[in-house]
Design a binder for this molecule. Sequence first.
Ligand code: 5AD
Ligand code: SF4
Length: 455
Amino acid sequence: MQYFIQTFGCQMNITDSERISAVLENLGFVPAKRWQETDLFIMNSCSVRQKPEDRVHGLIGDSLKIKKKNKKFMVGLTGCMVRKSSTQNSELKDNLLKVHENLDFVFRIEDLCKLDQVLRECKAKLKIKPLEDEGTVENYFKIQPKYSNNFSAFVPIQTGCDKFCTYCIVPFARGREYSRDFVEVLAECGNLVEKGVKEITLVGQTVNTYGISRADKMSKKFEKYGKYPFVKLLEEIDKLQLKGLKWLRFTSPYPKDFSDELMEAMARLKTLCHHVHMPIQSGSDAVLQMMNRQYSVKDYLKLVNKFRKKIPDIAISTDIIVGFAGETEAMFKETCALYDKIQWEMCYHAKYSSRKGTYAGKILKDNIFAKAKSRRWHKLNEYIKKYSFKALKGYANSIQEVLVDEKKQDGLYYGRNFHNKLVCFKSRSNLIGKFVCVRITQVKEWLMEGKLLNK
Ligand code: 5AD
Ligand code: SF4
């Protein structure tokens, strides 16, 4: 039996899909190359914007054709779109199963360890052995993931979110924020490094509130790690450099909770890369307030200045939403002006997408026309191009150490440096997963090209 997982959205979903793969392979499934040629097709959905949700609905529709040809074919869905684990045979069904009759099952990611039961509820005759529970029913993070490569890994350290930004579905989709056990995270990182992983990225919705969410405080489990459990965690993982860990990253921190201690740790710990992705969302205080972001532009600027003083080579990137409900042209211009001031080196721009169930979805009118959202989005692209290029020019003729990620169809190798900048170069040897030195010979808007050096 074959399976295929289509993942949408953030790194959290990528790590979840690695755990789904592991469960399916334990059940006896093997990976397929295309979803059209498999027995089990699972979509791991993202609800942050309407577009990825529409794609999921479209794919479920498309899968009907395959179902007609292959009677064994099953279609399932997990991720942020799912509210209740259920199948077409359940008494209480998730709404999605009512909308799509050819969708066989949906499951909440926390119920991953019950996937065997879900599959059997769909097809009683399915020959799969029961999954063993080693604490994994209660805590799906305990499942050993099937990592997508053996040199760089994402490790989730918390799930859910307590911030309730008015536009965001995550607190509803993923629930209240809680952190993974300290020892468990450390053990996962230790195992990875032992197996040869050289780069680890810690993942969480507001990763710097690790161990200090409301639920974490109530559990008292993190008290022994002091006021800043996240810093303590970084310090402990940093020690793995003795066993071969080279680079440690994290994404994404929430600006208000960025402590001096964390910044100091970034300056001090050798493995911590000098790149920080700090979502601002808007450069207008009025918009930030409507978004319930708990900081002002001034606070953010102060943080950036402190960073640049303490770690002069820090690369700072961000997320910005354009066309949020009530964002006037003047408010948007404030974002543009801030762009000139901060000069983010990379930014993910999104057009505001109203989400059902959020405060903004219910109360604030999505009153910016699609055309205006598009225009603002394109305008910000001009800024990002300009400042990405400007930052990259600073690397011209330098020698960069790069962890090689992949070889693309253009025949070039691609990887990232300490500052998370994309570098490409030519080579005849297979260098994927290796650290190499590259002399930068040409700088483009988004990436640098260079010549491989012999170490
Ligand atoms: N519309 C547009 N963008 C959104 N994001 C989150 N919710 C929405 C929404 N409703 C963006 C934010 C966040 C990133 C992960 O997705 O910029 O930082
Ligand atoms: Fe969503 Fe805000 Fe939480 Fe980020 S901090 S996941 S934008 S609610």
